[in-house]
Design a binder for this molecule. Structure first.
Ligand code: NI
Length: 191
């Protein structure tokens, strides 16, 4: 287990579509080591999630975890989840304007429309198939991580370029209002 360097926007491994993990290899020492490195790197950087290609591993898996996160104090908690070969189905047309940042995009945040009710299907780190509904703000986090596997970073999805702002400007001028928006979303959808 070790903390890896996080690749930055424009790196060719981040920009490419990642490959499916061979399900028979999920329990191998190599894939288990990838997962442990992802968890260590995510936690070290206070990320809410990290995709394998962000640490140079060009395969379709990511981890998500939200506790008391200083980078994202308004995010509802998500237990540590290891997600391999995910598929996402949208269960509602409703979207939320999510103000996002990314470990691979230094300094900048921006607004991205995300669906708020999805079904996720994936393999866990034991190679077991999983399927569940994800609602509210947590659904935004899932879609952000899933996008990484297709080489998509949040700036690629920003439709209003005037929404780009620095982290410090966000904290000073926008975070309180955005936290209210997240709270309203969570009250409606439950996560
Ligand atoms: Ni990201």
């Amino acid at each position: 287990m070790s903390i890896k360097q996080v690749l930055q926007i424009g790196h060719p491994v981040l920009a490419a579509r990642a490959a499916e993990v061979d399900v028979d290899r999920i329990r191998s020492a190599e894939v288990q080591c990838w997962i442990d490195d992802m968890i260590d790197t995510m936690r070290d950087a206070n990320g809410a999630g990290i995709a394998a290609n962000q640490i140079g591993i060009p395969y379709r898996l990511f981890t998500i975890e939200v506790g008391n996160n200083p980078r994202y104090p308004y995010k509802p908690p998500i237990p540590l989840t290891v997600v391999i070969n995910p598929e996402i189905e949208f269960l509602s047309d409703e979207t939320f304007s999510s103000n996002e940042g990314c470990l691979s995009v230094p300094q900048i945040r921006g607004r991205v429309d995300r669906y708020v009710h999805i079904r996720v299907s994936y393999y866990d780190r034991n190679g077991e198939g999983q399927s569940s509904e994800v609602k509210g703000y947590s659904a935004c986090t899932w879609q952000h991580e899933y996008d990484h596997l297709d080489g998509i970073l949040f700036p690629h999805r920003v439709t209003d370029p005037t929404s780009f702002c620095s982290w410090s400007v966000f904290q000073e001028y926008q975070q309180a209002e955005f936290s209210d928006e997240v709270r309203n979303l969570v009250e409606k959808w439950g996560a």
